[in-house]
Design a protein around this ligand. Structure first.
Ligand code: MG
Length: 329
């Protein structure tokens, strides 16, 4: 059997990311425990005495996640930040990373030095130690850096994607959309916020928004539940409006679909009044809005209540034949 095929129906793109992950889970069988201990959450959770260990991994690939216009320092920082965001989504603290490189022979030493300067500066800020990795030669023109990040739970519990119930509320940090105008490199992983939220009993489930609200919200709201989103309440970034003027799309569409927001989307227990949560939030994070954007309803097979047409094809999907770039989980 060959590695690559010209037959469309036999290509990974015919499955898309979600179904491919399902296949991989099947191929692994009982080697892959159910989420969050195996595939399926922002990090894998490794239970241990005391605080659970968290593991996540994400790459940056030249031509896919960045191009020649992006400074090497920003690429190095982003490699770590997209992993940090996954630790934040579970309310964890990052600790240790390993970085593997796949380098074409012509890779510039100067570029790589700047890449590591950006990575080291970000690691210092977040007190992450880089303790190893691997280097392998890649075919001409290829650059890939793959980072695996270990962290640990900061609270007694880890917040997973599971736990939403009908009647619960959906909240999001910050503002969404237009990430391509710079936010996808300049974003701040919401680590402090994630740690704080993990200690709040109101929070039932959480995810970081990497692929776009329209797609990522599905991970928190499995059928037969549905998300009843309020379009007027969704916080739209100024860059989403700017970007919409260029694309001719609507700012709301960009807020739903662009991805790479790296904000936190959470499910808040509908039986507890949220006033205390919001008041405390404003005291701790006065500059970052926390906004209610909808609620969770029993939806049967119904689509999201917010314009089914807007949400029908969701956010960014990896491994689509036409997908222009990649996002992290
Ligand atoms: Mg994630």
């Amino acid at each position: 059997m060959k590695l690559f095929t010209s037959i469309r129906s036999q290509r990974v793109t015919s499955l898309g990311e979600r179904r491919l992950i399902g296949r991989i889970r099947g191929w692994l069988g009982n080697v892959c425990p159910p989420a969050p201990f195996g595939i399926g959450d922002d990090c894998a959770v490794l239970p241990r005495p005391g605080r659970s260990l968290l593991v996540t991994t994400d790459p940056v690939i030249a031509g896919r996640h960045f191009d020649a216009a992006v400074p090497a320092r920003a690429v190095g920082a982003k490699l770590l930040k997209r992993n940090l965001s996954d630790i934040a989504a579970m309310g964890g603290t990052p600790r240790t990373a390993v970085v593997s490189l796949a380098l074409a022979p012509a890779t510039s030493i100067g570029w790589l030095r700047s890449f590591y300067a950006g990575l080291a500066q970000c690691a210092r800020r977040h007190q992450v130690k880089v303790v190893g990795g691997d280097i392998t030669q890649a075919p001409d023109g290829f650059f890939g850096a793959f980072l695996t990040l270990l962290g640990e739970a900061t609270a007694a519990r880890v917040i997973t994607r599971q736990g939403a119930r009908a009647g619960d509320q959906l909240y999001v940090t910050g503002a969404l959309g237009g990430s391509r105008l710079g936010h996808h490199f300049t974003f701040e992983p919401r680590l402090r916020e994630g740690e704080w939220l993990a200690r709040r009993p109101e929070i039932r489930a959480m995810i970081d928004l990497s692929d776009g609200l329209a797609k990522d919200v599905r991970e928190l709201v499995p059928p037969p539940l549905a998300a009843d989103l309020q379009p007027d309440e969704i916080p739209i970034a100024a860059d989403a409006r700017r970007w919409a003027r260029r694309t001719g799309g609507s700012p709301l569409e960009h807020a739903l679909r662009d991805g790479e927001d790296y904000e936190l989307l959470m499910v808040v227990d509908g039986r507890r009044p949220a006033d205390g949560l919001l008041k405390n939030w404003r005291q701790h994070f006065p500059r970052l809005p926390l906004t209610r954007i909808g609620r969770i309803v029993r939806g049967g097979s119904a689509k999201f209540r917010l314009g089914a047409n807007l949400l029908a094809d969701g956010g960014f999907e990896h491994l689509r034949p036409d997908s222009a770039r990649d996002r992290s989980r």
